[in-house]
Write a protein that binds this ligand. Structure first.
Ligand code: ATR
Length: 275
């Protein structure tokens, strides 16, 4: 029987996941179908149960259900625990295994696809929400010289850093407000939701080191205010989240199917020029 997978979210009409997983299935010769499910706010667990009942083997989870997915998991991974959010579920009998692949997908995109190592570098993350929570541990595993988390609400960034330090006390991680970002960074990530509203986190222009990578986690939004600021600061290496989107999907695909798909052609197909 053909195995069933789906992405669940609300809204869900703009999702690229069925396209990405469809291409992965085609190129790896996997017998599976992957669809999109419009989730019901307040009834996430019922929607998941219905999908499992109908033979579903796994799901990707997107806004606004990443916390609900964590709550309904019977076995969340350490990564999912740290993020407090889940973006992939695997069903195995009564077990619901849960993962968060956003952070490792992003790390792979940066180090492998973009060819920028984090090791020994000064790294700045703007924002301290769900996206940042998923990034911190995979980033620290790459052994940057320093990881600074800047956020509008400083207390949120401080609480996240305290959590990280409780888990791994020697980590070179710290928190601050935008006005206190000091020095230049080799990699700067915009993990705020500001770009979704065409807004700009007020990061000082001096934060961008010459030759740095400026990475916008949002995908397909063209030159966001963050990328424009980086460009004005002289940054030429600009990226958006298309590679992260495809790499997190590849992680989920491998977790479900045991086969690693080739991401390059899919990234090329989905790339929207930064203009
Ligand atoms: P996500 O899951 O996408 O990370 P989230 O958990 O709601 O979403 O977090 C949104 C992040 O974007 C937060 O860090 C938020 O800052 P606050 O903690 O101060 O709210 C940040 N953010 C949203 N809009 C912003 C803006 N206009 N300027 C700066 N930061 C913004």
């Amino acid at each position: 029987m053909t195995d069933r997978y789906a992405v669940i979210g609300n809204p869900i009409n703009h999702t690229k996941s069925p396209l990405i997983h469809g291409l992965f299935a085609q190129t790896t010769g996997q017998d599976m179908v992957y669809t999109a499910v419009l989730g019901t706010p307040g009834a996430f667990a019922q929607d998941v149960a219905a999908f499992r009942q109908a033979g579903g083997r796994g799901m990707n989870v997107t806004v606004p259900f990443k916390m609900d997915a964590f709550a309904c998991a019977t076995e969340p991974s350490d990564r999912a625990r740290m993020a407090g959010a889940v973006n992939a579920l695997k069903f195995d009998g009564d077990r619901i295994l849960a993962e968060n692949f956003d952070g490792i997908g992003l790390t792979r995109d940066v180090t492998h696809n973009l060819g920028v190592p984090l090791a020994g570098k000064r790294v700045l993350i703007l924002g301290a929400g769900g996206a940042t929570r998923g990034m911190v541990m995979p980033f620290l595993a790459e052994q940057p010289a320093e990881l600074v988390i800047a956020n509008r609400t400083v207390a949120t960034a401080q609480a996240l850093v305290a959590e990280v330090l409780a888990q791994s006390p020697a980590s070179p991680v710290s928190a601050c407000g935008y006005a206190d970002v000091s020095g230049a960074f080799d990699l700067v990530f915009n993990a705020t939701s500001a770009s979704l509203h065409a807004e700009l986190p007020p990061v000082p222009v001096t934060a961008f080191a010459p030759g740095c990578l400026a990475y916008e986690l949002a995908y397909g939004k063209g030159m966001t205010p963050f990328l424009k600021l980086a460009q004005q600061a002289g940054v030429t290496h600009l990226a958006d989240g298309v590679g992260m989107l495809v790499e997190q999907a590849a992680e989920a695909f491998e977790w479900w199917r045991g086969v690693r798909p080739d991401t390059r052609p899919v990234i090329d197909q989905l790339t929207v020029p930064l203009v």
